[in-house]
Design a protein around this ligand. Structure first.
Ligand code: PGA
Length: 240
């Protein structure tokens, strides 16, 4: 079955790029490629108001409570977001998010009709030790089975480093991750690649049969560069 490409921009803690909210900017929905923008919490409403399909970069599962500085899934949904990132490696690292907590986030997101994009991936050390499959299998284990979930395979050693996984490495991991999904959902779930995706490598990555799009950090901050990646995805979608 053919899964539509999703090209997601992860703006992290950067301000909204200049011109990004204009109606002709490349972050607007596209006829043959799905596009989503993950903006910082303070910028979510501006993106929603600009008719961008918007997602939060994190949110807590509890509806409300004494969690200073946090935002709930419910609020994210009320703002009008479509999606939420769960377990980005920067959240795992700087906020000690665990696989258990990330699974709770994914469940809560689904309860609020948000699409969770769950990020998984090994560190350089884990890959050097030959443990990359073991690591992603453990990260996948507690996730609810639901075709509204998208997985983003983001090898930690490739994020923000300029070192992209080769298309072969990425395909091998994507095929493995897909094999972990129950058979009746396997063909439906989208698995994105993330980690220094840019126009120079996007075509070869997106050509791989198990890569259904990209979660793009640095290269999503420049509208022209992001537009180039969307254009490549759109060309490849026409070939599918
Ligand atoms: P990068 O970030 O494209 O800058 O490597 C990707 C991500 O962290 O989602």
């Amino acid at each position: 079955m053919s899964r539509r490409f999703l090209i997601a921009a992860n703006w992290k803690m950067h301000p909204i790029p200049d011109g990004a909210l204009e109606h002709d900017a490349p972050y607007q929905s596209h006829s043959d490629v799905d596009i989503e923008v993950f903006a910082s919490t303070a910028d979510l409403k501006a993106c929603v108001d600009a008719k961008i399909v918007t997602g939060a970069q994190c949110a807590r599962p509890e509806a409300e409570g004494a969690f200073t500085g946090d935002t709930s899934m419910r609020t994210v949904a009320d703002i009008g977001c479509r999606s939420v990132l769960c377990g980005h490696s920067e959240r795992r690292r700087y906020h000690s998010e665990t696989d258990e907590f990330i699974a709770q986030q994914a469940i809560a997101a689904l309860e609020h009709n948000l699409h969770p994009i769950v990020c998984i991936g090994e560190t350089e050390q884990q890959r050097d030790a030959g443990k990359e499959k073991e690591v992603v299998a453990a990260q996948m284990k507690l996730l609810p089975v639901d075709s509204q979930i998208t997985v983003a395979y983001e090898p930690v050693w490739a994020i923000g480093t300029g070192n992209t996984a080769t298309p072969e490495q990425a395909q091998e991991m994507h095929a493995y991750i897909r094999s972990l999904v129950p058979e009746n959902r396997r063909d439906h779930i989208r698995i994105l690649y993330g980690g220094s995706m840019k126009p120079e490598n996007a075509r070869e990555l997106l050509r791989q049969p198990d890569i259904d799009g990209g979660l793009v950090g640095g290269a999503s901050l420049k509208p022209d560069t992001f537009a180039d990646i969307v254009h490549i995805a759109s060309e490849l979608a026409a070939e599918k």
